[in-house]
Write a protein of this length. Structure first.
Length: 417
């Protein structure tokens, strides 16, 4: 990913659903003004969900998700439908594409009901409006859309992807329902003031991507600069010297979780310290829930299953944090024979309740909607969930200190543990 690209995890996720041949791909091309999706008269051209990151004016940076038909048939169709429904959890705004001549089907109503249960915004786009045979086409389209909107209690817009009609109105409808940012926190911007120094400790080891910083580090630096503060980047073995050379005490030291012990030893107690992963736990997930979840380590028993979940796929190193280090730290802490299972990418797990604990990555490649969906799944089944950074700080005895920048979170920790 280029440094000047908006990361997928902070883009609005706009997903299109609908029956085969309703015109989902055509609507995507009309919205984007490009031949982004393959259009064919053959039903079922789109199989697995297709993700495309792009800038759409006036909406802004988006991830467009084209899905398979919700009426797909056969054993393969069921698998495609399952993949389509997985997209629901990461969707910020859904477009249900309906052939205006065919009307609303049971499949369409299922999608509408599902989104209403999840309390997510949904817009119905009545496609192929140009096929209405009526002397007053515009009036007929508006009447059909209005009646359907009253019936479904959701916005309905008549469009013609072929003729590029109603596309502006559809974009405006999308903008009107995009959720306001519920997360009042930036990554770090609300913790610092203009002119502050922030020291970032970024180990350069074999796990670091060649020639660049990892995404959480990039995004944190950007947030610091946007807050008119100053970012100073150093390696863990140069931290002490870096601090000694600063004429002004830094407001905060942020470290990679794997260097917690070294950084804690070299950072004076009167300087706040935390980790990139804990910052992302707060921005992308539910910091309070993660703090509550970490205590489950103390109650793990022989034979318990622990899920290590990551939001992206990557080449695993011999000392990989998720598959090697965290399982080792948990075994060492508990002295128990724990069974570890792993998931990565868009697929989470179909059976949350079988786990005694879920340990999730910082979700830098996921959007907040997707991460919170995973947290809610675990919470609804009383399965504790924690993220990598909080777990690492806890097992190393540093969690209290790492939460000092967040007084309310620290109070939660002291009340729960």
């Amino acid at each position: 990913m280029s440094l000047n690209e908006t990361p997928r995890g902070v883009r609005v996720h706009l997903a299109l659903f609908g029956k085969r041949n309703a015109g989902k791909s055509s609507v995507i091309n009309a919205i984007t003004g490009q031949e982004t999706a393959i259009v064919s008269k053959v039903k079922g051209t789109t199989t697995d969900p297709v993700f495309k990151s792009m800038e759409i004016l006036p909406i802004g940076p988006c991830v467009i998700i084209d899905t398979a038909g919700i009426d797909d048939i056969g054993e393969l169709g069921e698998l495609r439908l399952k993949k389509t429904l997985e997209v629901l959890d990461i969707t910020d705004v859904a477009l249900l594409i309906v052939d205006i001549q065919a009307g609303i089907s049971d499949n369409d109503r299922f999608i509408i009901d599902t989104f209403k249960k999840k309390k997510k915004p949904l817009i119905v786009a009545l496609n192929k409006s140009d096929t209405i045979e009526n002397e007053n086409k515009n009036e007929a389209q508006e009447r059909i859309a209005s009646l359907l909107q009253d019936e479904l209690s959701t916005p309905v817009v008549a469009v013609s992807a072929l003729k590029k009609l109603g596309i502006k109105e559809l974009k405006n409808a999308i903008i009107s329902v995009i959720p306001e940012d519920e997360d009042k926190f930036k990554i770090v911007g609300d913790l610092i003031n203009p002119g502050d120094f922030v020291v970032l400790v970024t180990p350069i080891d074999k796990a670091a991507p060649k020639g660049r910083l990892i995404l959480p580090q990039q995004q944190t630096i950007r947030d610091i600069l946007e807050s008119d503060a100053m970012a100073i980047v150093t390696k863990e073995y140069e931290l002490r010297e870096t601090l000694n050379h600063l004429a002004k005490k830094p407001k905060l030291v942020i470290t990679d979780s794997q260097a917690f012990l070294k950084v804690a030893a070299d950072t004076p107690k009167d300087i706040l310290m935390t980790s990139f992963s804990i910052l992302f736990a707060r921005q992308k997930g539910d910091l309070t829930e993660f703090i509550k979840g970490v205590k489950a380590i103390e109650t793990l028993k022989d034979g318990d299953k622990v899920l290590i979940a990551e939001g992206c796929t990557h080449h695993r190193q011999s000392d990989d944090i998720g598959s090697v280090k965290i399982p080792r730290w948990i075994r060492q802490r508990t002295g128990r024979q724990i069974e570890f299972e792993y998931s990565s990418g868009a697929t989470f797990t179909e059976d949350v309740k079988k786990y005694a604990l879920i340990v999730h990555c910082g979700a830098c490649m996921m959007n907040r909607t997707g991460m919170l969906s995973r947290v809610e799944q675990a919470k609804s089944l009383n399965v504790p969930i924690v993220n990598f950074g909080i777990l690492i700080a806890y097992v190393q005895g540093l969690l209290t200190r790492a939460l000092e920048p967040f007084p309310l979170a620290k109070m939660t920790l002291e009340g729960e543990l």
